[in-house]
Structure formats: C-alpha cells, structure tokens
Design a protein around this ligand. Structure first.
Ligand SMILES: [Mn+2]
Length: 333
C-alpha cells in the first residue's frame, strides 16, 4: 500500500462521508488546475465510483488525488488502493454496465469511460491499485499500464513483484521474481522493486547492479527493467535471469535478451547491458515471470492488441499461467 500511494497522505474510505470527501478533493484539485467543469465533474464521478467500489468490495480502501504533468500539459490523477481480494476479472468488470451506486456493477467501466487514462495493479489475494487520469487539454501520447499477479494455489503472498514509475516524460517498469515462491521469495523481489523505485531515473544496467548488495541476505531474485521514452520513440531493457520481456505489434514480436544469474549474488559490481529498440505508437510491451509459459505470443491476436493493457494482461495470465508457480504479468502501452 505504501508503495502504491507513494508518500501521499491518503484518505481512508470508511463510509459514505469519506466517499463525498474523495469527490470533493477531486473537484477542488480539478478547479485549481483549470480543468473544464465537464472534465472536473467526470473525475468527480470517477472518484465516487472508485471509492464506492472500495467500500463495497475491498478492505482498507484508501484514496488520494494529485497533479500530474505530461509534455507541459497538467492533469489530475486519482489513486485508489485497497487490501481487498484483487478484482477477480478486470476484463469482465470493464464490460459491466451500471455503477456501484446502483448496485449493478463494479463501476469500473464508467471510471474508464470518464477518464482519459487508467492504470491497474491487481494482485490476487493482496489488493488492487487503480490510477485514473484526466488532462487539462489533449496530450501528445497516451500511456496506460496494467499489472496482474497471483500467488501459487493455497498461498497468500506471491513471490513475484512489479511496479512502474512515471518520471518526467519516461515510464520505467520492472518485474521481479524472487527465487522459489511465497513470502521469502517476495521479500527478495520487493527489495529489488524498492531499489528500482529509489533509482528509477538511473541507467537500467545500474539499477540491476545496485540490487546485489541490498539483496545479499535474501534468497535473491531475477528481474527485468524497461524504460519507455515515447518522445524519443525508444524502449530500453535490461534483465538478469528468467524474466521475459517482449514488444508486440500486429504480426511482429521483438524479444529482449537477458543476462544469466540472480540479483543478490556475492559477486558484486557485475556489469550488465541495456538494449535499445525503436518504439512505434501502439506497441505493446509485455513483461512476465516464469510462472507463465515462454510460449506467450499475442502478435497474431490483432483485436487483443488494441484492448486495454489489463485486458491483455489478464488474457495472458489465464492462457499461459502455469499452475506450479506464482505468476505476474505487466503490460504497457
Ligand atoms: Mn517464478
């Protein structure tokens, strides 16, 4: 939760009064930032749906809103994080009509329709974090990310972790798989993700190198890190161990390389390499742990490639997830 909220002072969603407070916070910030009344009211509805959703479906719902900026355009971002069971099927939730207020659906379809962009981080058995953004005027590129993860059957905690950080005009992403599965594996992968957060503007090979020392006492982890730079139209990638990263576009797949080994090794100061590839608009970056078959291929699924990243991620997890390991998928466009 702390990672998701990134230091913001969150509003706990406990009752209808806190849902109203959330809505008011969004109205106030939207007005401050000069969003149109229509845009501000749309985000007020998004806030209501997300907070109401937490009240009905989750535990320890928290809500925060803050200013975001892209290419000189300001916007409002709502962050709704909870410790619920994780949305069972985000794809189905996005297809549902109606709102939580009406008791019909989860309200997510409405939240998506009314915001410009929406990110999902769904961890089955652990919680959900949703980020919805609206811009004051059109932005030169769209950016949406989805993570979906689940522990091994009969376990509470997944050994896999993932995160993404928007910094300036770039988006830095990471997927880590702690050796083995369960809580001890998670301790290793979570530490690597913490290093990624601290160093999210560093060169990718340096981020990997910085993981060795803090992970020395853990089981160790494998990790892939990537950075999307839409302005430069480039994607960078660096990886240690068995985490797959691929760039998909219709009928084309770009696979990224990996260094053998594990992070947290006694031999420190190792040198890794960052690869760089050209990025086209609408390219889909997919990163996943070895809880998924390496046969993952969506380059021929032309309609799927246009779907929201969470729909792509859920499809990949359901179709290629292996029952003998915990699994995580990150999808970015
Ligand atoms: Mn694994």
């Amino acid at each position: 939760m702390t990672e998701w909220l990134q230091g913001a002072e969150p509003l706990p969603i406990l009752d209808q009064a806190s849902v109203s407070l959330a809505r008011e916070q969004v109205r106030r910030l939207s007005a401050q930032l000069g969003l149109s009344t229509t845009a501000a009211e749309s985000m007020a509805v998004v806030a209501t749906e997300l907070a109401q959703n937490q009240l009905v479906h989750a535990r320890q719902g928290t809500f925060t809103t803050h200013k975001v900026e892209r290419a000189g355009v300001v916007g409002v971002e709502i962050v709704a994080a909870d410790r619920g069971a994780g949305i069972a099927s985000p794809t189905r939730a996005l297809e549902e009509h109606g709102s939580t207020a009406g008791g019909l659906g989860s309200g997510l379809a409405g939240a998506r329709r009314l915001s410009d962009e929406i990110d999902f981080d769904v961890r089955h058995g652990e919680g959900t974090c949703i980020r919805a953004r609206k811009w004051q005027r059109p932005v030169p590129w769209r950016s949406e990310v989805a993570i979906i993860g689940r522990p091994l059957a009969n376990e509470d905690v997944s050994g896999d972790d993932a995160a993404f950080f928007r910094l300036g005009e770039t988006l830095t992403l990471g997927v880590a798989d702690g050796l083995g599965h369960g809580p001890e594996a998670r301790e290793a992968s979570a530490r690597a993700i913490a290093v990624l957060k601290e160093s999210s503007s560093s060169r990718l090979e340096d981020i990997l190198r910085e993981c060795d020392a803090p992970l020395f006492e853990t089981r160790g982890t494998v990790m892939a890190v990537a950075r999307i730079d839409p302005k430069a139209q480039l994607v960078e990638h660096a990886c240690v161990g068995n985490v797959q990263a691929r760039l998909y576009r219709p009928r084309e797949t770009q696979r990224f390389a990996s260094h053998p080994g594990v992070l947290g090794a006694p031999k420190q100061g190792r040198r890794f390499r960052t690869e760089t590839f050209p990025l086209q608009t609408n390219d889909v970056l997919v990163m996943f742990s070895d809880g998924l078959s390496t046969k993952v291929d969506i380059s021929e699924e032309l309609l799927l490639l246009w779907q929201h990243p969470i729909v792509i991620a859920e499809h990949i997890l359901n179709r290629f997830g292996q029952s003998h390991d915990d699994a995580i998928v990150l999808v970015a466009r």
